[in-house]
Design a protein around this ligand. Structure first.
Ligand SMILES: NC(=O)c1ccc[n+]([C@@H]2O[C@H](COP(=O)([O-])OP(=O)(O)OC[C@H]3O[C@@H](n4cnc5c(N)ncnc54)[C@H](O)[C@@H]3O)[C@@H](O)[C@H]2O)c1
Ligand SMILES: O=c1ccn([C@@H]2O[C@H](COP(=O)(O)OP(=O)(O)O[C@H]3O[C@H](CO)[C@@H](O)[C@H](O)[C@H]3O)[C@@H](O)[C@H]2O)c(=O)[nH]1
Length: 442
């Protein structure tokens, strides 16, 4: 099939590359000419494992092209996939301006019978609005088919998630349109769920808000664990082994961030409110998450009394491992709180430093390695659970501190290695803290 993908962000680019990989002829279109320039040279503008290799392979084999011209990019296409951003507006609702502008701009280039698929996360009813905009800006004599096909990939595992999805949701108002989209995905051999357009739109928000709520739930259990001397890892295992609950998204820590959960929970809450439903459960999900992001600073204040002039080494800046994305990263709030307390922050992240500089500027210093970050540090905050912090000989590095005081916001330090710390303090989330004091001489 000939497919055009609008938007070459995390979703558009991963989708375009993977659809080419399964044999389609794909043109990715973006209004950001700098991005298109990079992509035409085979460079991925984002850090996403396996993306660049697959991009180069499919471009070389002639199935993947990039352009910023709608005229060239939409010519003779069977399916158009809209994957432009829908960020948060000031009032918390989804900002649909990019998708509406995109609809208006592509309209004059559409040909009769083309299928327009919305992959971006959009509030229920958006497909109908987009269809209206397209119909009022296209040639009068054409018909188009609209469909909703929300995306569930996670950053950091986008390629794997796209090639091996748990399910594919296709929302369409006719069997013919749904079958066409199913045909596009057939090589993936993934379970397909066909629904109405409105249901498909809502499935996306319902899924993200549920996962975010699961995280806030376990985080609140973690807080209780700290009060009663229980261990949240044991609780998560004990709960999650029940198939009805499941083990995933029960990792306690400093809360969720990223380009999706924060904005999508807010948007769903607002949609519900707009329709007279008080979805206060989601309000709590958000409140717990806001508070959870303050946890490490609160713990450090309790430990040190004052954080004024303390040097804090931050391990990790991105909102999750395997991505350089800083959108809504908990590190941003942590840095602001630490700065307000008069602490000095030095941060190390394996790949996100460049993007972090744009958000945090010179509020903090940036180190090139964990070793550099801990020089003269009073405490370490583990903010992102990069493998490097779990496996590497991180305990050996921390051992170099005079007295390592570690606040592990992701419970990711390998506890079996902690005995290497002859002296020090380890404060995980929702688990008993450990104080080491010259164990060797004991
Ligand atoms: N990031 C994720 O993990 C993820 C996962 C699932 C769903 N989503 C949803 O997918 C959508 C895209 O998210 P993203 O993170 O990929 O966004 P992004 O911000 O990374 O990328 C959006 C891209 O769209 C381009 N764009 C804007 N207007 C355009 C236009 N008129 N024509 C062509 N290109 C245009 C921008 O230049 C940008 O490159 C959002 O609705 C998001 O909620 C995101
Ligand atoms: O048990 C957990 C799992 C995740 N997180 C945090 O939650 C955030 C989001 O993580 P994750 O869901 O893995 O990454 P995203 O790339 O944001 O993916 C989510 O958001 C995407 C955009 O809508 C959806 O497509 C995905 O299905 C959905 O998982 C991160 O800050 C994680 O650290 C936790 O704190 N505990």
């Amino acid at each position: 099939m000939k497919i055009s993908v609008l938007g070459t962000g995390y979703v558009g680019l991963s989708t375009g590359v993977c659809l080419a990989e399964i044999g389609h002829f794909v043109t990715c279109i973006d209004i950001n000419q700098h991005k298109i320039g990079q992509l035409c040279q085979g460079k991925s503008p984002i850090y996403e494992p396996f993306l660049e290799n697959l991009l180069l392979k499919n471009a070389d084999e002639g199935r993947l092209k990039f352009t910023s011209s709608y005229l060239n990019g939409l010519e003779g296409t069977d399916i158009i996939i809209l994957a432009v951003g829908t960020p948060q507006s000031e009032d918390g609702s989804a900002d649909l301006s990019y998708i509406m502008k995109c609809a208006k701009d592509i309209a004059p280039h559409l040909t009769d019978g083309v299928t327009v698929v919305i992959k971006s996360t959009v509030p229920v009813g958006t497909n109908e609005l987009v269809e209206k905009i397209i119909m009022s800006h296209c040639n009068n004599d054409i018909t188009i088919n609209m469909a909703s096909n929300p995306e569930f990939l996670r950053q950091g595992s986008a390629i794997n998630d796209t090639l091996h999805p748990d399910r594919i949701i296709i929302g369409a108002n006719s069997k013919k349109v749904a079958d066409k989209i199913e045909e596009m995905y057939l090589p993936l051999k993934a379970p397909i769920i066909k629904t109405s357009i409105r249901s498909a739109e809502l499935i996306k928000y319902a899924s993200n808000a549920f996962l975010a709520t699961k995280i806030s739930y376990i985080n609140q259990i973690a807080n209780l664990c700290e009060m009663v001397g229980a261990d949240v890892n044991d609780i998560a295992l004990g709960m999650g082994t029940d198939k009805r609950i499941g083990l995933s998204f029960l990792q306690a820590g400093i809360g969720y961030g990223g380009s999706c959960f924060p904005k999508d929970v807010k948007a769903l809450h607002l949609t519900a409110e707009k329709h007279g439903i008080q979805f206060s459960l989601l309000k709590e999900t958000m409140r717990i998450n806001d508070e959870q992001q303050e946890l490490l600073v609160k713990k450090a204040k309790k430990r040190f009394g004052s954080l004024k002039s303390k040097k804090i080494a931050l391990f990790g800046l991105s909102f999750k491992p395997n991505t350089d994305d800083m959108r809504e990263a908990p590190s941003i709030k942590i840095v602001r709180l630490l700065s307000n307390e008069g602490a000095n922050v030095v941060a190390y992240d394996p790949v996100a430093t460049h993007n972090a500089r744009e958000v945090l500027g010179n509020m903090i210093s940036y180190a090139n390695s964990p070793e550099e970050a801990i020089l003269d540090a009073d405490a370490v905050f583990i903010v992102t659970d990069w493998d490097e912090f779990k496996h590497l000989n991180i305990t050996n590095i921390l051992k170099k501190m005079r007295c390592p005081i570690i606040f592990d916001g992701r419970n990711c330090l390998d506890e079996s290695m902690l005995h290497l710390l002859e002296i020090g303090e380890y404060y995980p989330v929702g688990r008993p803290s450990v104080i080491f004091s010259n164990q060797k001489s004991d």
